[in-house]
Structure formats: C-alpha cells, structure tokens
Design a protein around this ligand. Structure first.
Ligand SMILES: CC(C)(COP(=O)(O)OP(=O)(O)OC[C@H]1O[C@@H](n2cnc3c(N)ncnc32)[C@H](O)[C@@H]1OP(=O)(O)O)[C@@H](O)C(=O)NCCC(=O)NCCS
Length: 146
C-alpha cells in the first residue's frame, strides 16, 4: 500500500534511512520536507510495516526527487517502482520536469531511474560529503497545466 507520509511515520522512515544510507538525513530534515510539501512525501507499507519512502519537492516549474529508499529485504519486488509512479503522478500535476542527483557509484539506483526515463544530463564533482561525484538526471513530464 502506498500512502502519504504522516508525522507519526517519521521514526520508522528514519530507521529505513539509517539502514539504507551511509550518510542518512536526520529527523528534522524529514520533518522539514513533510511540512514543506506533504503531498510530495509517500511511504510504502507491507504487512503493517513501512518498507520504503519517496520524497519529491517542487519549486517553480521544476520538481526535485529528493530521496527514495526501500529496505534491502523488500527490494526487486516493484515497491520502488510503485513509489516512483505515485511521485511522478503528483509531479506531473505540478511541474514540467523533474531532476535528481545520484552517486556515480550507485549502479542500482541509476538503473532504476533509467527505467523510468531519466536521462543523464550532467555531473557535479565532489558533490557528496565524502567527496563522491554526483550524476544529474532529468525526466520531462507530461504537465497538463495548472
Ligand atoms: C533504488 C531503489 C529504491 C529501487 O527500489 P526497488 O523496490 O528495488 O525497485 P523495483 O523493484 O521497483 O525495481 C524496478 C527496476 O529498477 C531496476 N533495478 C532495481 N534494483 C536494481 C539492481 N539492484 N540492479 C539493477 N537494476 C535494478 C531494475 O530495472 C528493476 O526492474 P526489474 O526488477 O524488473 O529488473 C532501491 O534499490 C534502494 O532503496 N536503494 C538504496 C537507496 C538508494 O540508493 N536510493 C537512491 C538514492 S539517489
């Protein structure tokens, strides 16, 4: 089941974040995104457990895919795709295109984004806190107007 994130979900989301990333976002960052745009933040639930999340944000005519993660034991079962489809449907009502940054070494995520039609459009050297470079990827959306 995919639904909007609520404040009471954030501790579970934080647990997923810490399992999935070496440099995780903290609670206040998640709270900021939730307050900033509650429609851009979705979670995936399976058997009453939160197993993944996705965050998108909107500024002007541009959407940004801030983060997506699925617990390791629930990957390759289509959960990330369901989260992405929900997020893209939301963004398509708001913006013309969506951009994201991803670690150049994150083959799994790059492959996942390519499957959804994201294209590599640039590169930011030294983008991450540990010095790793980022790829910039972009997808145009079928924006139907506000
Ligand atoms: C990226 C991520 C969210 C994908 O979630 P998921 O639930 O496994 O995704 P899906 O099962 O919907 O996969 C959809 C497609 O993405 C691609 N893909 C996903 N994982 C992949 C992997 N490990 N290797 C290669 N391709 C992969 C495949 O094309 C896959 O389709 P297929 O299973 O039919 O081959 C998940 O791997 C994850 O949480 N990674 C760690 C967090 C992360 O790096 N997030 C991105 C930060 S920028």
């Amino acid at each position: 089941m995919i639904r909007r994130c609520k404040k009471e979900d954030l501790n579970e989301v934080l647990r997923i974040e810490r399992i999935c990333f070496n440099h995780p976002y903290d609670y206040s960052t998640f709270l900021y995104f939730l307050i900033n745009d509650k429609n851009g933040f979705y979670i995936a639930k399976k058997n009453n457990q939160i197993v993944g999340y996705i965050i998108a944000s909107v500024r002007g005519d541009k959407g940004t895919l801030v983060s997506i993660a699925v617990l390791p034991e629930f990957r390759r079962k289509g959960i990330g795709s369901r989260l992405m489809r929900e997020s893209l449907a939301y963004l398509s009502r708001k913006v013309n295109y969506v951009e994201l940054q991803v670690r150049v070494s994150n083959f799994e995520a790059i492959n996942f984004y390519k499957k959804f039609g994201f294209e590599e459009i640039g590169f930011i050297p030294n983008y991450y806190i540990d010095g790793e470079d980022a790829l910039i990827m972009l997808k145009r959306l079928r924006f139907k107007g506000k």
